[in-house]
Design a protein around this ligand. Structure first.
Ligand code: ATP
Length: 342
C-alpha cells in the first residue's frame, strides 16, 4: 500500500482537565477528500489543529507523507489551513492576499503574480484581483481564502468549517465547487464540519467523532447504511431505533435495530414475504416542500419518523392526517442491526 498522506497514531490532547482528543488512530490516503464530522466539542477542530501544528499532542504521533512531524512547527509542514472566518488581510488587494504565502517564501514578483492569477482562475475569480476583500460577497471571499491556500500547492489542505458562514444556497453551490476543485488539483483535503449532509455529499470517507474519539470511519454509504452504533445512526441522518419488547413484536428479534425514515412505506400494498409491517397512529405531519415527514406513534410507545417524497398533486391536509391510523411497512433488508456500544 502507498504511504498515507496523514497518519495519526494514538493521538491524545488534553487542555488541563479536558481531554479534547482521546486516542485517535487514523490514516488518510493521498488525494482523498476526508471529512471529520461530529457534534460541537467532539474534538475534530483540535485534531485539525494538531495536524497543522498549531497544537502539540499530549501523546501520540503525526506523520505526513511517511515523515514524523509531531514536534515540527506549522511552517515546517506541507499543509495549509482554510479557516471559517477566511482570515483575509482587509487592507490588501485580493491578488496580494492570494500571493502572500509566495511573498513570505521570497518567490520573485512576476512569478508571484502569475501563480496568484492562476489560483484565482481556478476558483473562478478572474478579474477580481484588484478588489479589496470588503468589496466581495461571502462566497467570493471564501474562494479567495481557498485560492490563497492552493497557491502554495500544499500536499494537504485543512479546511475548518469553511462554508459555515454562507447561506444554505451558496453553501450547496460551494460544496459542489469545492469537490470539483479537489478532484482537479488532486490535493488531499481534510474537511471539518458538523453538518452531516455536507460530509456525506462531498467526502470519499468520513470519520464520525464523539467525545474525542472516532466512533466510525468509512465511506458516506457505510456510515449512513451501516452505522456502527446508536450514536452514529442518530447523528448521521434520522434514525428510527427499535429495541426491547417492540423489536420483539415488530421484527421478531432481540437487540437494537435501526430503519431509515425513507425506507418506510405508509399504507399501500400488503407486506410481502420479505417485509415487516406494524400499525401506528400519525402524531405529526411536517410539510417540507420536496418531502413530507410524518411522525408515527406505534402501539408499544415508540415514535418512528417516515419521510415520503412529495409526489401528490395536492399535499396531504396536515390536520386530516393527524391522529389517523396507518400501517407502516419496510423491507427486512433495510433493518440494520446496531452493535451494542462498548
Ligand atoms: P466545534 O464544532 O464546536 O468547533 P469541535 O468538535 O471542533 O467542536 P474542539 O474545538 O476540538 O471540538 O474541542 C474539543 C474539546 O476541547 C471541547 O471541550 C473544547 O472546549 C476543548 N478545547 C479546545 N481547545 C481548547 C483550549 N485551547 N483550551 C481548553 N479547552 C479547549
Amino acid at each position: 500500500m502507498s504511504i498515507p498522506a496523514i497518519r495519526l497514531t494514538s493521538l491524545r490532547k488534553s487542555f488541563g482537565a479536558v481531554t479534547a482528543v482521546d486516542g485517535v488512530d487514523l490514516e488518510i490516503a493521498d488525494g482523498e477528500f476526508f471529512s471529520m464530522l461530529g457534534p460541537s466539542g467532539s474534538g475534530k477542530t483540535t485534531v485539525l489543529r494538531l495536524i497543522a501544528g498549531f497544537e502539540t499532542p499530549t501523546t501520540g504521533a503525526i506523520e505526513l507523507g511517511g515523515v514524523d512531524v509531531t514536534r515540527r512547527p506549522p511552517y515546517d509542514r506541507d499543509v495549509n489551513t482554510v479557516f471559517q472566518d477566511y482570515a483575509l488581510f482587509p487592507h490588501m488587494s485580493v491578488l496580494d492576499n492570494v500571493a502572500y504565502g509566495l511573498r513570505v517564501r521570497r518567490v520573485p514578483r512576476r512569478q508571484r503574480r502569475e501563480q496568484a492569477q492562476e489560483a484565482l482562475r481556478s476558483v473562478r475569480l478572474d478579474g477580481f484581483g484588484d478588489r479589496r476583500p470588503g468589496q466581495l460577497s461571502g462566497g467570493q471571499r471564501q474562494r479567495v481564502a481557498l485560492a490563497r491556500a492552493l497557491v502554495n500547492r500544499p500536499k494537504v489542505l485543512l479546511l475548518d468549517e469553511p462554508l459555515g458562514a454562507l447561506d444554505l444556497k451558496l453553501r450547496e453551490e460551494m460544496q459542489v465547487e469545492l469537490k470539483q476543485l479537489q478532484r482537479q488539483v488532486g490535493i488531499t483535503f481534510v474537511f471539518v464540519t458538523h453538518d452531516q449532509d455536507e460530509a456525506l455529499t462531498m467526502s470519499d470517507r468520513v470519520a464520525v467523532f464523539s467525545q474525542g474519539r472516532i466512533a466510525q470511519v468509512g465511506t458516506p454509504a457505510d456510515i449512513y447504511e451501516r452505522p456502527a452504533s446508536a450514536f452514529v445512526a442518530g447523528f448521521v441522518g434520522t434514525s428510527n431505533l427499535l429495541s426491547g419488547a417492540i423489536a420483539q413484536t415488530v421484527l421478531g428479534d432481540e437487540g437494537v435495530f435501526s430503519v431509515r425514515p425513507e425506507k418506510i412505506r405508509i399504507d399501500g400494498p400488503e407486506a410481502g414475504p420479505d417485509e415487516v409491517s406494524t400499525k401506528g397512529r400519525v402524531a405529526e405531519v411536517i410539510y417540507a416542500g420536496a418531502t413530507i415527514r410524518l411522525l408515527v406513534d406505534l402501539d408499544g410507545g415508540v415514535r418512528l419518523t417516515v419521510v415520503q417524497q412529495n409526489l401528490a398533486d395536492r399535499p396531504p391536509h396536515q390536520d386530516g392526517m393527524r391522529g389517523r391510523p396507518v400501517r407502516l411497512t419496510w423491507h427486512r433488508a433495510h433493518v440494520v442491526t446496531i452493535p451494542s456500544e462498548i
